[in-house]
Design a protein around this ligand. Structure first.
Ligand SMILES: Cc1cc2nc3c(=O)[nH]c(=O)nc-3n(C[C@H](O)[C@H](O)[C@H](O)COP(=O)(O)OP(=O)(O)OC[C@H]3O[C@@H](n4cnc5c(N)ncnc54)[C@H](O)[C@@H]3O)c2cc1C
Ligand code: SF4
Length: 551
């Protein structure tokens, strides 16, 4: 089947904006169901051969991510402060989005994540809410995501997980040294470590190759297609339907609205900077928790003078960021952690919020080492060792091979003033208003971080580390995030949410927002499995509603 090509004047059935973790799911599901789909992605369409182990390009020159020099953002902690030019959000900017370069931790939310407000009560200074759906409604879609994408793990090994209808399709990845030490230590402390569920193929699956343990995994694209990104696992099948056109280098600046208040397509800049209007019957925005609200706010019209789908001023609010400190241990024996994937063992014993602790929140912990050579030398060494000369050189060799870390993935409360808005002064390279981030952690977030940091140190001690330190920067309030959640949240009440329980905008019947923006709470980070499960669920609903003529 040859790839589809539509003209901008063709009113296709669905226009999907953003080909990332959720957008890739929508592309595959809607085109497989027989609909004509155009996907507009601002970044390029890369292939396995394009992914190289080039640390300078990937880590320091935004080779795969949003480039702050072209798409700057500003940051302030509170609305009272002037916003400063300062990188605050990072995401994969290419076909596949964040799923191409993510660390691949693939966690389901726990059943209690969906109704924490009812069980724990209100948290002063935050807007903790129940989801309008529960775990049981999402479970079939968690399973679908795991089997469609190819996830490795051991079902039933995490005693705190909700029930599952099927095991993982693939066995866990081989355990690394850090995982062995973490597991042994955690068991000594009476905890319940388990093999990390990851979006990586431990064995060949559906024509894709297994992981070759190259070691350049987090932040990098996979050169053998073993990372279960939408680029590797879903986009090729979407294209093969002959009904899905992926249009890369198409940066959408506005979603257009007709006189009837329905959306009718979107205007984008193509690779040569020309403006193109693509018509569509339905628009699905999957541009992530930062860019989706920005695009809605840029899409002002007579019908929506405050921005699209924003009649109650909810778009952009309740931004949640990834929070949690890193503890590191130096061991007597070499760990050689620079090989393979980043994480092989996890524990969720401290996940649940326990009122006895005196604050809201908790987190999951994983064993890891996520430094590459240049980054390690510049930023990974503890500060109490010589910083130059032959002693420094010797220390680099020792620390790089003998270090292992424990990272916390902690709760982050939804706070109204934490938000994405449009900057009044700064513009991007296309002349569009820059993204303005307002974010300050709730005090309970920081109490959870400190509580978990103490637990992380205990594990490293029990693992026999001869020296333990905390990365001080990670103990501070967060000013930069890679997990972008909650800015167009889901709910039954149009006054306090942007989309309904099926990801349909309350204000606009033929507009769907399907990505990290719809999350009501952030679980304990690692949101991608929930984002993709929600996408499968929304796609199911949309197909049925479209076939009934209800869109
Ligand atoms: C280094 C790193 C490691 C991570 N590790 C993990 C992990 O281990 N586990 C986990 O769960 N999560 C992880 N994440 C987060 C994960 O990548 C995101 O949660 C996930 O990709 C979000 O999915 P999404 O569909 O909301 O958006 P994305 O995947 O970000 O997709 C959005 C897409 O929309 C495109 N887009 C945006 N605006 C426009 C526009 N105006 N026009 C056209 N296209 C547009 C973007 O270029 C992008 O391709 C990590 C992130 C990073 C950066
Ligand atoms: S470690 Fe494995 S999954 Fe990760 S990039 Fe390398 S080969 Fe791909």
């Amino acid at each position: 089947m040859s790839a589809a090509q539509f003209r901008p004047s063709d009113a296709v059935d669905f226009l999907v904006i953003g080909a990332g973790a959720a957008g890739g799911v929508m592309a595959k599901e809607l085109s497989s169901a027989g609909f004509r789909v155009v996907v507009l992605e601002q970044g390029p369409w890369r292939h396995e051969k394009d992914f190289a182990h080039d640390e300078i390009s990937v880590m320091y020159r935004s080779g795969l991510t949003n480039d702050f020099r072209k798409q700057p953002n500003t940051f302030r902690k509170t609305p009272a402060e002037p916003a400063k030019l300062q990188p605050a959000v990072e995401y994969g900017r290419m076909v596949g989005g964040g799923s191409v370069h993510f660390t691949s931790n693939y966690w389901r939310f726990h059943p209690e994540d969906f109704h924490e407000r009812s069980t724990l009560g209100a948290v002063p200074g935050a807007d903790l809410r129940d989801w309008p759906i529960n775990y049981d409604e999402l479970e079939p879609y968690y399973t679908k995501a795991e089997w469609e994408l190819g996830i490795s793990g051991l079902g039933g090994s995490n005693p705190f997980d909700g029930p599952r209808s099927k095991p993982y399709p693939l066995p866990p990845m081989p355990v690394k040294s850090s995982g062995v030490l973490f597991e042994r230590a955690a068991k000594k402390l009476g905890l319940h470590p388990f093999p990390a569920p990851v979006a990586v193929l431990s064995q060949p699956y559906r024509g894709r190759a297994a992981c070759i343990h190259c070691g350049f995994c987090e932040s990098f694209g996979c050169e053998v297609g073993a990372k279960s990104s939408t680029l590797a696992a879903l986009i090729p099948s979407a294209v093969q339907t002959g009904r899905c056109e992926i249009r890369p280098n198409a940066y959408v600046r506005k979603i257009e609205v007709g006189k009837d208040g329905r959306v009718r397509g979107a205007t984008y800049f193509d690779s040569r900077g020309r403006e193109v209007f693509q018509r569509a019957k339905v628009v699905v925005v999957s541009a992530n928790g930062a860019e989706t609200p920005r695009l809605l706010l840029m899409s002002k019209s007579a019908a929506f003078p405050q921005g699209l789908a924003n009649s109650h001023g909810q778009v952009g609010k309740y931004l949640m960021f990834d929070t949690g400190a890193l503890a590191v241990g130096l061991f007597d024996h070499p760990l050689n952690e620079y090989k393979s994937i980043v994480v092989t063992r996890v524990l969720h014993d401290y996940y649940r919020s326990d009122p006895k602790r005196g604050f809201y929140g908790g987190g999951g912990l994983d064993s890891r080492f996520d430094y590459y050579p240049a980054g390690f030398v510049l930023d990974g060494m503890p500060r109490d060792i010589p910083q130059w000369g032959s002693q420094w050189k010797r220390a680099i060799g020792e620390y790089y091979t003998h270090m292992g870390g424990v990272l916390a993935h902690a709760s982050c409360l939804a706070v109204e003033q934490n938000s994405i808005s449009l900057d009044d002064h700064v513009k991007d390279a296309w002349g569009l208003p820059a993204l303005r981030v307002t974010f300050k952690n709730h005090p309970d977030d920081m109490k959870a971080v400190q509580f978990l940091a103490d637990r992380q140190k205990e594990i490293l001690e029990a693992a026999g580390a001869r020296k333990i330190w905390l990365d001080q920067a990670t103990l501070e309030e967060i000013t930069y995030s890679r997990h972008l959640m909650g800015t167009c949240r889901m709910g039954d009440d149009a006054r306090t949410s942007v989309v309904n329980r099926s990801n349909r905008a309350h204000d606009v019947p033929n507009l769907f927002l399907v990505d990290g923006s719809s999350l009501v709470t952030c679980g304990r980070q690692q949101p991608t499995e929930t984002i993709q499960a929600l996408a499968y669920r929304a796609a199911d609903y949309i197909q049925q509603a479209a076939k009934r003529g209800e869109i």
